[in-house]
Design a protein around this ligand. Sequence first.
Ligand code: C2O
Ligand code: CU
Ligand code: CU
Length: 492
Amino acid sequence: MIVNKKIALPIAVIGASAALVLSACSSQDAASTSATTSATLQHSTGQLDAPVIVSANGTLESTLTAQESQIPYNGSTRWAMTYNGKVNGPTLRVRPGDKVTVHLINKLNEPTSLHTHGLHVSPKGKSDNPFAIVEPGQSYTYQYSIPVNQRAGTYWYHPHPHGLTAEQVSSGLSGAIIVEDNTDDALAKVSTDRVLVVTDPAIVQTNPVSSSSSSSSGGMGGMDMGNMNMGSSGVDMMTQMRGRTGPKLLTNGLDGVVLTGSNGKLERVHIVNATSSTRIRFTFTGDSMMQLATSGGRLQRAKKVSGIELAPGERSEVVLIPNSSGGELQAQRLSNEGNGGQTGAVELIAEVEASAGSDAATLPATLTSDKRDLFAKDVTVAKTRVITLIGHMNPTIDGKLFDPSMVNITAKKGTVEEWVIENTTPMRHPIHLHTWGLQVQGTQGWQDIVDVPAHSTAVVRVEFDDFTGKTVLHCHILDHEDTGMMAVIKVV
Ligand code: C2O
Ligand code: CU
Ligand code: CU
């Protein structure tokens, strides 16, 4: 039994207003402007759900101001880093082929940047360039062209300044990106469309890094490899190794939400594991849970699952079917070490009302999914690489710490590569590649993060179908990324 403060979150309006905005705009040829639907629904403590910005006429434009803020929490306030002063950054809803412009204004006291995790967009210039940095007081305009072959699904954006990413993401800087296609139109007729961004920040009143004056790993100099003192990482070496976590999981900034106002539609939720380092298992106490998508986009058809496990950075889309007393979407945090056992209590994510829709047969029989099979017999593998995860206290890719001036992997545009990722460490590492999807051998299918358990090997294939330029692959335990578990890949 969970004792938790639940807050009703009748965000069905998000899907409804999005649909309204879309149909209103497609039936007129007015100048392109994206629409902001301030997602309304206030609860008793006055906290709002993140705003939603929907692309219109093929474009979306948004301003994100990164700043330190006091945000509402449990009848009081807490300190956080925010986009635009809100718990989560706005949800960006786009379609394949859209042009997206984001003005990032840095009002933090440290550098930041923006990464569109999972979008198949160019890593060059002002697009999804992980080497670009926005200094304090500066602003930067990112421009993304979402290709027509972008898979519909649940993606997200977050900062990526090397050495500060874990701190900034765990302090609250992230938001969801939903890419929609025709399947979404069909799903919208029978289901709600909620976005649950799950985080586990420190619950604090002031910036924990700037208020702790001492260097975090000062006494450990003999054990580090030269870069444990990443300036303001703000946590000790042990925490960097395990990955920082907060006291509890928050859902859209709240201690669990209640999904109301479904009007008999199926409850469909996009879940983003936006923690910096926490692996989470989600289960549902109602009748059943149907998975529609992984981090790599939609499955061929909805699949009944007993639960889903999301490594930090992973996302999923599920339908929650209540029983006669409703149901609770619950979560357990899992360890990144060894066999990955449970580390804490069962926590409430979302409560589904008994009146929500329960007829799974109303879901579309098939979903638009990625039909490519890079493991098919006729696929030519241009290159097979072994990528080794080495080191316990200071894990690395192939024994080398991240060096932005170096190129660790050079691949050719137009080829398919096979990567054999060998984890020689006693921890699990969720390895993420920017720009291109990963097809994992076995049942995991398309992903953008491959979760490699301790002392085991994962095999993935990557098709460098589009784009040249330099980007990165890294562990999505962001404390590992910050301490150097990141490599540079250049596609020529
Ligand atoms: Cu979500 Cu390079 O990361
Ligand atoms: Cu990414
Ligand atoms: Cu790792």
